[in-house]
Write a protein that binds this ligand. Structure first.
Ligand code: 13P
Ligand code: SF4
Length: 357
């Protein structure tokens, strides 16, 4: 029962005291967020994981790639624990190292490997934070970088200073929406389908490419539609429509604003009483925003509830189990990045942290 779990979590938490830091992503359910020492987006949580050297353990209430990133950034003797190891991300699973390697070789065959007269290499690989650690390692090793939704533009600027073009994976939408907002022609962003030779593109179309987009997407954000925006506006012509940049391009184009988890949070924080919002992002986050600002009207763009099913896998029962295990001296569900890839992966993440958000 919920009250029993609550009691057990609080007791274990109290026993552990400052020995444990609990980090929670903004898409976690309230039953989890209430125990977090810090709640934020993936960039903020990456920063936070560096800021608690005093804690013996970091319990990460989010998804697997975020816990891996925390492991790269915490000290060597600071285990990172993911309460449920099955909390993955379907988008992150859409790119794997073999497919990215194969893509890279095919791009090298088209572009060669020599820098241009300005010293810019043919391609800079950029991976969204939502990717396995070995893909971050790939980027670190090949002069590339990681981005989150809150710094994708700054990261692409970084990449274009160093490269003639970018390979962006795994989220096509974040890549397309961000590059388009920077003035890159959508026609110069071929989509790379890893199941097809040259990603399903002609050599000619790849030659003009500025951004090669991986065929990945978020099952939650891909649900939002232009029709839902029209319905929200029909209900209230003054509604402010804000969507996450993982939404498809036509949805971002139809919205009033597009921005990361943090952008949405800041927009709501700064809103004037009485304003109305239709928000295109994960439902737990939207509900929490609505609860914290009862003076605003905040609704999810999708009337059918759309939680991130993998974020939802962090249930209080798992949190109770990992905390009680720590009390008993056992570390369970530790997430540790293979040392073979950790060095390069850390390089790519640290480049991103240096760019900022
Ligand atoms: P943020 O980078 O905004 O935290 O988003 C992570 C994510 O998984 C969004 O779907
Ligand atoms: Fe992955 Fe989408 Fe869930 Fe974010 S909301 S963790 S991208 S499935």
């Amino acid at each position: 029962p919920a009250d029993e779990l609550d009691r057990r979590i609080r007791t274990a938490r109290q026993t552990l005291g400052s020995r444990v830091t609990i980090l929670g992503h903004a898409y976690q359910r309230d039953e989890i967020v209430q125990y977090a020492d810090f709640v934020g987006d993936s960039f903020q949580l990456a920063q936070q994981s560096q800021q608690h050297p005093e804690a013996e353990f970091v319990v990460f209430c989010g998804v697997h790639f975020m816990a891996e990133t925390a492991d790269l950034l915490t000290t060597d003797d600071q285990p990172v624990i993911l309460p449920n190891l099955a909390a993955g991300c379907s988008m992150a699973d859409m790119a794997d190292i073999d497919a990215v390697q194969a893509c890279w070789e095919q791009l090298e065959a088209v572009y060669g490997t020599e820098p241009d007269a300005d010293g810019r290499v043919p391609v800079i690989p950029v991976t969204y934070m939502n990717s396995a650690a070995n893909l971050k390692g790939f980027c670190g090793e090949h002069g590339g970088i990681v981005c989150t939704s809150s710094n994708a533009r700054e990261v692409l600027e970084w990449a274009f200073e160093r490269g003639q073009r970018v390979l962006f994976f795994p989220d096509q939408h974040l890549g397309r929406n961000t590059a388009k907002a920077m003035g890159v022609d959508v026609a110069d962003m071929p989509l790379w389908d890893p199941r097809k030779p040259r990603g399903g593109n002609s050599e000619e179309s790849l030659r003009d490419a500025r951004v090669v987009l991986w065929r990945g997407w978020c099952s939650v954000h891909q649900r939002f539609t232009v029709d839902q925006i029209a319905q929200a506006r029909a209900k209230n012509p003054d509604v402010r429509v804000i969507v996450h940049p993982e939404c498809p391009m036509e949805v971002v184009d139809a919205a009033d604003e597009a921005g990361s988890t943090r952008y949405i949070q800041l927009a709501i924080d700064a809103a004037q009483p009485g304003e109305a919002f239709a928000v295109g992002t994960e439902i737990n986050m939207v509900r929490r925003l609505a609860d914290t600002r009862p003076d605003l009207t905040i609704e999810c763009l999708d009337p059918v509830v759309c939680p991130c099913s993998t974020m939802y896998r962090i249930h209080p029962a798992y949190l109770a189990w990992v905390l009680e295990s720590l009390v008993e001296g056992r570390v369970v569900n530790q997430v540790s990045v293979d040392p073979v890839v950790a060095g390069h992966a850390r390089t790519a993440v640290e480049r991103m942290l240096a760019v900022g958000a």
